[in-house]
Design a protein around this ligand. Sequence first.
Ligand code: A2P
Length: 316
Amino acid sequence: MKTHRFSNGDTMPMLGLGTWKSAPGQVYTAVKEAIRMGYRHIDCAAIYGNEHEVGRALSECFREGLIQRRDLWITSKLWNDKHAPEDVVPALQKTLADLQIDALDLYLVHWPVALKRGCVFPKSGQDLVSLAELPLTETWKGMEEAVQKNLVRHIGVSNFGMRHLLELTAQARIKPEVNQIELHPYLPQRELLETCEAQKVHVTAYSPLGSPDRPSGLVRADAPVLLEDPVIARVAQAKGITPAHVLLAWALARKTSVIPKSVNPERMRANLAAADIELDDADLLQIAGIDRHERYVAARMWTIPGSPYTEADVWG
Ligand code: A2P
């Protein structure tokens, strides 16, 4: 498995298991199976509502000697209602308690959007707090404190566009090392990728398969289905692999790490095998032609009436 090497020498496996939308009741088995079959990178978040169950699986794997903590990369994310600097360390401590570990490898600010403390999703515009009131640079102080306290080895961001990323990088004492964003051939975000590279920020691709199980609030009736794209199908057929393989190999070919979600052992195994698949320039050229600027994870939930955020504010 290829890895991303951070400046301190730590390495993160380029392909990990996503756990967004993995239902409690399923994610426990999925994580145990994943570790058994060779996954060494698990992507989590407090908002996924399943960290407690992921933690049960992890602690059993450690206890049973399937793996040692130092051989596993574990990421989690700070939810939007915990952006006040004094809320960051307690939020991280809750995640660590749920995951039953002493420290994370990577902790990300989940969105460049703040919510009132205790509000999980906004019901009205009043539930959102503007970045003028609670700047991301303030939240970042809490993230830096978490590093100082040895609760996490690396810190980064998620869903950050160029403006938010550059503003934060300019002011941060500890620079963000990762930006986890939606990336797939319908949303390749080339410019943002180049900016991240220039800033030495590693990029992780989420929803690499087009997130077919995304929540109904994010489903648009006329949205194209990435896994059924004819160009992807053609490349897959020519190589004797599946469309999912093509999508994951595409992400890896762009030097982004990638975190496909699955709770199905057969698909989990197949996805892991994509780490060894290489696409050639002709494949990449064909795939470059299907960009549709299609965001499956839209910012609508943050731009409800009365919200201080516009789409442009969110994506920076
Ligand atoms: P399941 O969990 O039942 O395997 P994304 O990572 O883009 O959010 O996509 C996750 C979705 O894609 C889930 O619905 C997952 O279903 C499905 N999925 C995961 N791996 C594959 C695969 N190899 N082929 C087809 N669908 C897949």
